[in-house]
Ligand binder design. Structure first.
Ligand code: GUN
Ligand code: FE
Length: 459
């Protein structure tokens, strides 16, 4: 893909909501956002009384007009900073397992089966369609260890128009013989093949970017981590991995890498703890590790639904934020059960309340904060904050249209009562947004755009 084709100047009129800061949600009831033929925001107008006057002011002749529904609004597309596309068929299946037995029982067998390209294509197509329908406009994906199937995921994202980071999963240790890289050098060769494939289909990475992906320290030899660290320095490509997710995993890292002072130090010593690194989970980081991560400006993907499902633990997000660490949200399918970033935001709010029960009220994350993490925070995690995450002039139009009124399928927020009492629409705008965060789902997501292109629409 070079340049978005077939776009017209478009004005998105009505209410819009977006984060301006961690604690600040701007709610504009009468807005008009002009998006140009390149899919970029050309103007943002507030307190609009006369739409024609706005159009004229900007010298636009006859733009396409898209109106937010009554009791609805435009919202930036969600950014899922950690999701395993390859595990999509297992979403919701984890029983009472915890991380290490879950990997053996459920995850490696499924990922291994994606050596079948027809199966991989079906799984990836469904995963991308589904996440788009939940308003995910950018996703940082793990694929599998298979280069060919990983390339299919890049093709699917490009074809369906989702902005994506695609990672071939590197794992040359501590995994079954039937599912692991045969050596560090074949792992890196295969990773280079996936980078070359993306260069051939989207050379400027307008939509698709490779992301180096050591699965996690226990499944990588020191040699593989070293080679990936070199590749990271050589290419400048982003990187993603897991860190400090559950206690037996920490013990395993200590056993496998006794010469390093901590889990974070293992990555640091291999040249992987950099501003381009996204670390998923970060539940049990010590204060020293947090300081190291902050010093290196590495980023954290908070995956609350997964941490609860696999009973991994409760990440201390407030502590991370207070130290100035950049945090976003991840669904972590299928450690997490849901493809929805809205669900991840809700779970982030709820987990923070569990933390507050022991650590005190300051731990609680507000609606404003979890919405920030799911958009602008995620954009910062992925190094995309100059492109997406909010509605500012010059950013690309990655957005979703939310309807809070009647949803045809009979939503939980719908005004289905035909009686004389208005059960919806009486709330303040802040309250409407809170109801969406705590009760909303994909039925409220009426349309989704990436780079100005409509990539999903509810009938
Ligand atoms: N650690 C290593 N691999 C995985 C994985 O697939 N999911 C999660 N949640 N943690 C991991
Ligand atoms: Fe994960």
């Amino acid at each position: 893909m070079t340049k978005p084709q077939g776009l017209h100047q478009t004005v998105y009129a009505g209410a819009f909501v977006h984060s301006t800061d961690l604690n600040e949600l701007e709610i504009c009831e009468n807005g008009a956002i002009g998006v140009d033929e390149d899919g970029k925001i050309a103007f943002v107008e507030r307190n609009v009384e006369d739409l024609n006057a706005v159009v004229e002011k900007h010298g636009w002749k006859s733009p396409v007009l898209v109106r937010a529904p009554d009791c609805g609004f435009f919202f930036p597309g969600f950014i899922d900073t950690h999701i395993h596309a390859s595990q999509y068929p297992n979403a919701g299946i984890f029983g009472k397992s915890t991380l290490l037995d879950w990997l053996e029982t459920y995850t490696f067998p499924l990922e291994s089966s994606l050596s079948s390209r027809p199966k991989a294509k079906t799984v990836y197509t469904r995963c991308v369609q589904r996440t788009l329908s939940h308003g995910t406009t950018t996703a940082a994906y793990y694929a599998t260890a298979h280069a060919g199937s990983t390339n299919l995921l890049s093709d699917v994202c490009l074809q369906l128009g989702q902005r994506a980071f695609i990672g071939r999963c590197n794992m040359d240790s501590l995994a079954p013989d039937w599912y692991k890289d045969s050596s560090a050098s074949t792992a890196v060769d295969d990773t280079r093949e996936t980078i070359a494939h993306i260069a051939s289909i989207d050379p400027e990475h307008k939509l698709i970017t490779p992301i180096l992906t050591p699965r996690f320290a226990p499944s990588c030899s020191s040699e593989l981590l070293t080679q990936l660290g070199k590749l990271h320095a050589e290419t400048g490509l982003p990187c993603q991995t897991h860190i400090s997710e559950n206690i037996p995993e920490l013990e395993l890292v200590q056993k496998l890498f006794p010469q390093y002072s901590s889990y974070a130090d293992v990555y640091d010593a291999h040249g992987l703890l950099t501003p381009g690194m996204v670390l998923a989970h970060a539940v049990y980081l010590t204060p020293k590790e947090q300081a190291l991560i902050k010093a290196r400006d590495a980023k954290i993907s908070h995956c609350p639904a997964s941490n609860s499902s696999l009973s991994s633990g409760c990440a201390r997000v407030r502590t991370l934020l207070d130290q100035g660490i950049t945090v976003g949200l991840g669904t972590d399918i299928s450690g997490g059960y849901s493809p929805s970033v809205l669900e991840a935001a809700r779970q982030a709010a709820l987990v923070s309340r569990h933390v507050a029960m022991t650590d005190g009220d300051a731990a609680k994350l507000s609606v404003e904060e979890v919405l920030y993490l799911s958009t602008k925070g995620g954009a910062r995690v992925m190094g995309l904050d100059a492109k997406v995450g909010s509605f500012d002039k010059g950013l690309e139009w990655d957005a979703q249209m939310i309807s809070l009124g009647v949803v045809p399928e009979g939503g939980t927020m719908g005004n289905v009562d035909e009686g004389p009492v208005d059960i919806f629409g009486w709330e303040s705008w802040d309250e409407r947004v809170a109801k969406w965060v705590y009760n909303g789902d994909d039925r409220n997501t009426r349309a989704v755009w990436v780079r100005g292109h409509k990539v999903h629409q509810k009938p």
